[in-house]
Design a protein. Structure first.
Length: 189
């Protein structure tokens, strides 16, 4: 529950318990069914949307008692906080970057979305807490920023404008080498 009616069907629900894992998709109205669930505590996680355009998650737990044949569970997508911002490189918007907010510790809600032609994004449904925001672009390393969320907020992500380029050559002959992996490391570790 908690999503617009048009988004309630097709939500992926995963169930995880001790030595148990299963998934299901919701039908119209948000109903789902998972069979073969063992006794004990089962964590349910629902992911609405998709990774390409944006998604958000919610979770719940249910306890299955000895001999219990049925259990009802409700996974609620709460209103939560809105985070909007812009992804830029050298002051220019970065389009089509995937921005994600991952909570530190625990099983809190996460969200992701894609930047538009202005480099803007919007994430909804986040809880209070510390989140690591990442923006994955098509031309460079991911941009990361850790932010404490306690309400609706703007989180802008700025990619460093510098570019490195060069050529890898054989030490003795100076001939260019192809298919060589390059790794960039911070000198301080």
């Amino acid at each position: 529950t908690g999503l617009p009616e048009s988004l309630l069907s097709g939500v992926t629900v995963s169930a995880q318990g001790q030595d148990f894992w299963a998934t299901a998709r919701t039908a119209a109205g948000g109903t789902f069914e998972i069979t073969g669930v063992p006794e004990g505590v089962v964590t349910l996680r629902a992911n609405a949307g998709d990774f390409l355009t944006g998604s958000r998650s919610a979770s719940a737990t249910v306890t299955i008692g000895p001999g219990q044949a049925e259990a009802a569970a409700e996974i609620v997508f709460e209103q939560g906080f809105r985070v909007e911002g812009q992804v830029t490189r050298g002051g220019k918007p970065v389009t089509d970057a995937m921005v994600a907010a991952f909570p530190e510790g625990g099983n809190r809600r996460s969200a992701n979305g894609r930047t538009d032609e202005m480099g803007s994004y919007l994430l909804e449904g986040l809880e209070e807490g510390r989140y690591t925001f990442t923006a994955n672009t098509q031309d460079g390393a991911p941009i990361r920023r850790t932010v404490d969320i306690a309400g609706d907020v703007t989180v802008d992500l700025e990619a460093p404008p510098a570019r490195l380029s060069g050529m890898v050559v054989e030490a003795d002959s100076g001939r260019p080498l192809g298919d060589v992996g390059i790794r960039l490391e911070d000198e301080g570790g």
